[in-house]
Design a protein around this ligand. Structure first.
Ligand SMILES: *Cc1c(COP(=O)(O)O)cnc(C)c1O
Length: 502
């Protein structure tokens, strides 16, 4: 077979060229997005497994029985690390978001069996629950009822959640731990209350699921608690599997079956889909199977031990930097860095200005905007850090960069969004203040002017310093920011104009 395009080696060279512009996925320079075990052997094993299974279609395990075997083994592994009994079953999904979406869909469908096919239930969760639950509520027609957390610690009070439970609640979500601040929610109390009310309770352990089982001194968060009805745990985070794999585990088969979709109501093949997708590659499934099989309990314990050591060292180093501190009592290999508000202004370090300078030194940290909760309290802006085993090997230069960056920006005020705000028509801001993103139908000219003022180029290029952007995200009405972000991300993948078809 000969194609009309360039030779395969030239095409691969082009791909390599594109990759050169990306953030590095290995070596510990990126402290979010990527989870690097530091083992070339594991990377190689995953690549070979994907290659072996890349053409297998996970759509039908009766045609490809290997797929059923891999999935069953992974569910057994998930069950064992979350203390599930033989009733606990589940599915491998394509990622944390899909696991969360399906947990919500399952709970909604079970709730609707009792309460009517078209009723609109509530989903109760702390403010810090992952945005995937906002997406799930939006996709599946639930009312999102967010419970404010303590802004000093990022932790929610059990009583505050329990007070919101009632017969119109389809699902209560707690995190183990939360992504923004690594707060371990009061899972035992909430799960017990959910059980008393006969409600579904999902533990989102997308980020902690493959770390907490080996982390020291963690309060029970899993199927040891009888009220927990489902758990999500990402294989593609601390499981060290390439992107595209997560586990969703259910307390029992009845719940698992409510996740599935089946129909014979069309003239094609009978459809039974466990997840959102139809046809799906078995490649990453095979990689997940291979990696978990190679590492096993002991391998994960060892990687967690290395990560734990690095986390302790890094937290200690950051706590010792004047003007910065760590929010709350993080549990697991992640945490959020905030300004030490107990210091006078000239000694404070703004976490976003700091992250910008850290980035100039070659290390990527994720900026999290400040967030006003429904009760008016403000969760401070923070900088997110996820620690992986490779962090242990780069602690010295990393800590040096963190210190130097703090020295550079200490005493500088946070980035100011006021000039952009002042340039926008007041009536626009007022009309947007109460609008949801979905209702906003904004003038494209206004959107492009917001993007331009934020320092974003017409080609979607971002400014060197992100602190100004996050300040804008904090200050502008969410509906405007959401529309602007959609416009920005869309423009990144718009093909160049060709003039064809005119
Ligand atoms: C990462 C994460 C998710 C979403 O997972 P994706 O794999 O990015 O889709 C959900 N919940 C928590 C707590 C997470 O950390």
């Amino acid at each position: 077979m000969t194609g009309a395009g360039p030779q395969p080696r030239e095409i691969l060279a082009e791909l390599e060229g594109l990759r050169a512009g990306d953030a590095p996925t290995h070596g510990g320079r990126v402290l979010s997005y990527v989870y690097d075990s530091g083992s070339a052997e594991l990377d190689e094993l995953a690549a070979s497994a994907i290659r072996l299974f890349q053409s297998v279609n996970g759509l039908d395990p009766t045609v490809f029985p290997s797929v059923a075997r891999l999935e069953s083994d992974l569910v057994a592994f998930g069950r064992s690390i979350t203390h599930g009994d033989d009733e606990v079953v589940g599915t491998v999904t394509t990622g944390g978001t899909e696991s969360c979406l399906l947990a919500v869909k399952t709970a909604r469908d079970l709730w609707r069996r009792e309460n009517g096919e078209h009723a609109r239930p509530r989903l109760v969760a702390p403010t810090t629950a992952h945005a995937a639950f906002h997406k799930a509520a939006h996709y599946f027609g639930l009312e999102l009822d967010l419970v404010p957390v303590d802004v000093a610690t990022g932790a929610v009070r059990a009583d505050d959640i329990i007070a919101r439970l009632g017969p119109d609640v389809a699902l209560v979500v707690v995190s183990a731990p939360s992504y923004p601040h690594a707060a371990l929610d009061p899972i035992a109390e909430v799960a017990a209350a959910a059980r008393e009310h006969g409600l579904s309770c999902h533990v989102d352990a997308c980020i902690g699921g493959l770390a907490l089982p080996w982390w020291p001194d963690v309060a029970p968060w899993d199927f040891r608690l009888p009220g927990v009805t489902s758990i999500s745990a990402d294989l593609h985070k601390y499981g060290y599997v390439p992107k595209g794999a997560s586990l969703l585990l259910h307390r029992d088969r009845r719940r698992r079956d409510a996740q599935y979709f089946a129909t014979t109501g069309w003239p094609g093949y009978p459809v039974v889909n466990p997840t959102m997708l139809g046809s799906r590659s078995a490649g990453v499934l095979a990689a997940a199977w291979a990696i978990t099989r190679r590492l096993g309990d002991e391998g994960y314990a060892e990687l967690v031990a290395r990560t734990l050591e690095a986390t302790r060292a890094l937290r200690g180093a950051i706590e010792s930097i004047d003007g910065l501190t760590i929010l709350g009592e993080p549990v697991g290999p992640l945490f959020a860095v905030v300004t030490d508000a107990g210091r006078p202004a000239e000694e404070r370090v703004d976490p976003h200005r700091w992250a910008d300078v850290v980035r100039r030194h070659g290390w990527l940290l994720q900026q999290q905007p400040g967030f006003t909760q429904s009760d008016g309290t403000l969760l401070p802006r923070s900088t997110h850090v996820t620690v992986t085993p490779v962090t242990a090997g780069v602690l010295e230069p990393l800590v040096a960069a963190l210190r130097e960056a703090a020295d550079e920006v200490r005493g500088l005020p946070p980035a100011d969004a006021a000039p952009v705000l002042e340039a926008l028509p007041a009536e626009l801001l007022a009309s947007l203040a109460s609008a949801g993103s979905a209702d906003a139908d904004l003038d494209p000219a206004v959107l492009s002017s917001v993007l331009a003022q934020a320092g974003i180029g017409p080609d979607g290029s971002l400014p060197e310093e992100a602190a100004g952007l996050t300040a804008l995200i904090e200050a502008l009405p969410p509906a405007l920011v959401e529309q602007a972000l959609i416009g920005l991300l869309g423009s990144l993948v718009d093909p160049p104009a060709t003039g064809a078809g005119r």
